[in-house]
Design a protein around this ligand. Structure first.
Ligand code: FAD
Length: 316
């Protein structure tokens, strides 16, 4: 069985859920090998990766890998693709992940698929393209398949793997050292789940009306254990921080449930959320385009609908 490389997403030494999803998908393609890049590796991390099927864990935990922007991770993966004769590579379809996937494709002379939301036998991917406008089924026709998969595309299933640790070092090329990280700005990490990984997302748009009234969106999110998102109109107006923007130029989310409150449903917003499993829209305009996409819609004033919704949820 060929090795399928899975690039581990980790924060403060903790393996992120999307990696467990990728390992679950990798098991359907071959023998998963997790690739840890950067500092923070621990025995707990190795055990977690093995619990979800990693037969091997390649560890490249030098600081240098994260001192430069993105390129070292692509070089590390390219080195492993060649050394292990890998049958494919899975990467999370985050902003960084997609850039790594693209660079890796160039280095290995392979095809790449980004924004996959499913992966069938033989690396056939269900993919969301043209800013989310079209869903297609694609397969890489050249080289080693490289697929960037959106978080929440699959439920992670444990299945014990050997988790054999193998230390690797990467010799960075001059090109990989071209862009040095000046400062890493830590994203605010509150009590809520992380936006890109959350099972439920509640987003507010221009209809919310002010920064203060975003408390209403937060209240609904908290009653459901959800993450908060926002449209670009809301973030551009300074009502909510930009890191929470959902859409073409913001984050891509693919939760089980997405609740759009006071959001019209512009194509650029849809690009970031339309692969959500269930979409609920609250909008006072029955003609708002978001209703074309929504599974359930409430036509009404959000200042009436949302407090009633919270009250009902909190009763249960
Ligand atoms: P609006 O379109 O103004 O909609 C507000 C909605 O709220 C309306 O439907 C209205 O009926 C409803 N409403 C008002 N009051 C109430 C009330 N009291 N109760 C209930 N409903 C109410 N947008 C993004 O979101 N993400 C992106 O990443 C993004 N990237 C972009 C990239 C480019 C290159 C461009 C050109 C645009 C991008 N946009 C993006 C902007 C996008 O085109 C829209 O302008 C934006 O999504 C609109 O945000 P909105 O739905 O909150 O506001």
């Amino acid at each position: 069985m060929s090795e399928i490389l899975v690039l581990v997403e980790h924060v403060d030494g903790e393996v992120k859920k999307v990696t467990l999803e990728l390992l679950t998908l990798a098991r359907g393609q071959g023998a998963p090998s997790a690739v840890w890049a950067g500092p923070g590796y621990t025995e707990e991390a190795r055990a977690k990766l093995a619990e979800y099927g990693a037969e091997k864990v390649y560890v490249a935990d030098s600081q240098e890998i994260v001192d430069y922007v993105v390129a070292p991770k692509a070089e590390l993966l390219a080195q492993l693709v060649s050394a292990a004769s890998a049958g494919g590579v899975l990467i999370a379809a985050t902003g960084e992940g997609k850039e790594i996937a693209g660079r890796l494709a160039i280095k290995t002379d392979s095809g790449v698929i980004t924004d996959a939301v499913g992966l069938g036998e033989g690396f056939v991917a269900d993919q969301s393209v043209f800013g989310g406008g079209v869903n297609v089924r694609s397969r890489v026709a050249k080289g080693t398949p490289i697929v960037a998969v959106r978080p929440n595309s699959v439920t992670p299933e444990p299945a014990a793997g050997a988790g054999a640790e193998e230390r690797v070092s990467v010799t960075l090329s001059d090109a990989a050292r071209a862009a040095r990280v000046a400062e890493r700005v830590k994203e605010e990490k509150g009590a809520r789940p992380e936006l890109a990984e959350a099972a439920i997302v509640v987003s507010g748009g221009r209809g919310v009306g002010s920064a203060e009234d975003f408390a209403l969106i937060e209240h609904l999110a908290d009653s459901l254990g959800a993450a908060v998102g926002a449209s670009r109109a809301a973030t551009d107006l300074g009502w909510y921080p930009h890191q929470f923007q959902v859409g073409q130029t913001g984050k891509t989310v693919s939760p089980q449930l997405y609740i759009a409150v006071g959001i019209s449903g512009a194509i650029q917003h849809r690009a970031g959320m339309q692969t959500a499993k269930t979409i609920i829209a609250v909008n006072k305009d029955s003609e708002a385009p978001i209703f074309e996409l929504a599974d359930f819609g409430v036509v009404g004033d959000l200042f009436q609908v949302v407090p009633q919704l919270v009250e009902e949820i909190e009763k249960r």
